[in-house]
Write a protein that binds this ligand. Structure first.
Ligand code: ADP
Ligand code: MG
Length: 314
């Protein structure tokens, strides 16, 4: 017997390293007319490396101590930036102390107690805003000058310097006060520009970039990949908002992502596709299709497969 076209398309996609989870998903892949791509781990290789370690001299930590605190706190996280921090510590042969009470906030960062000190690692703007809110609460008990308006200025300048050179800056906060900044560099996937071009042809619209990362690093990377519509600094729910906005214009949206922070957008989209290798468990579970072989061009290739199968169905 001959297989129904959508099922043979699923088998065909499988041979190309794409796991499409259902016939409905296979059909929907061909229906899309807009695409939203995540940045870290999707448009980029997702194997970022720490290239700058900048302790704030005022805090009295050196590079080794800063990296040790950051890596210990990041150790339980599956975020690509967390892996970069842990790898940097390992490469330098640093011993990581045990941590307690690890928590992570998708799109923001992590927090853990390391050797009795509270360490936060994450998006500078978000962590600084949080620290400020806490200072406001404590302001009656403490002299405001204590809280260090100066430190914020130094941190902001350092962050800007790193971001302008295309890096993701990650802030390390120890016991509520900034202790230093890490500069992390990630590479565009070699097939990113070809994928963007192919998706533009298939859908008739250029893809949108959705990222929790900073606008400066995002814009630089987007330009290299040929993406013009960039939405940066987004929390997971704001990625959903961006998808809804695209849908509001009457479009069927495909979201491609890899992170825990992408899961709500993957679920909200007409079709959600997860990058398998760098992908978090939650993203892989939530997505309707998984790119198992680590090639981004498999995304437009699978859309084309679906279109062909649907022509056979009709
Ligand atoms: P993207 O949307 O590009 O995949 P994310 O939303 O995962 O990026 O992360 C957005 C930002 O949040 C990062 O650029 C970083 O500043 C911060 N962040 C999130 N998780 C972590 C983490 N585990 N360690 C350090 N920073 C983090
Ligand atoms: Mg990501």
């Amino acid at each position: 017997a001959t297989m129904p076209p959508l099922l043979s398309a699923i088998a065909n996609a499988g041979r190309h390293g794409v796991l499409v989870k259902s016939a409905v998903a296979m059909e929907r892949l061909g229906q899309i007319d807009a695409v939203a791509l995540d940045k870290t781990g999707t448009l980029t290789e997702g194997t970022p490396r720490v290239v700058d370690v900048r302790p704030l001299r005022e805090r009295g930590l050196d590079e080794v101590e800063l990296l040790t605190f950051a890596a210990a706190a990041e150790h339980p996280s599956e975020h690509p930036l967390a892996r970069a921090v842990v790898d940097a510590a390992r490469e330098r042969g640093l011993d990581l102390p045990a941590t307690e009470g690890f928590t992570s906030a998708p799109g923001i960062g992590v927090m853990a107690v390391v050797g009795g000190r509270t360490v936060q690692v994450g998006a500078p703007a978000r962590l600084l805003a949080e620290a400020e809110a806490e200072v406001e609460v404590e302001v009656e008990a403490k002299c405001a000058a204590d809280a260090g308006g100066d430190t914020d200025g130094v941190v902001a300048a350092l962050v800007r310097e790193l971001e302008e050179s295309g890096r993701s800056a990650v802030l390390v906060v120890v016991d509520g006060t900034p202790a230093g900044v890490l500069g992390i560099a990630d590479r565009l996937r070699p097939d990113a520009a070809a994928t963007v071009a192919a998706l533009t042809v298939l859908t008739g619209t250029a893809p949108t970039l959705l990222t929790g990362d900073n606008p400066r690093a995002a814009a630089r990377l987007a330009a290299e990949a040929g993406v013009e519509d960039v939405r940066a600094g987004l929390l997971p729910q704001e990625k959903v908002g961006a998808v809804r906005e695209l849908e509001g214009a009457g479009r069927r949206v495909m979201v491609v992502g890899d992170g825990v922070n992408d899961a709500p957008a993957l679920a909200a989209a007409h079709i959600g596709v997860a990058m398998g290798r760098a992908g978090s468990d939650l993203a892989l579970e939530t997505a309707d299709a998984v790119i198992v072989r680590d090639e981004l061009v498999a995304v437009p290739a699978t859309v084309a497969l679906s279109r062909r199968a649907r022509e056979l169905v009709v």
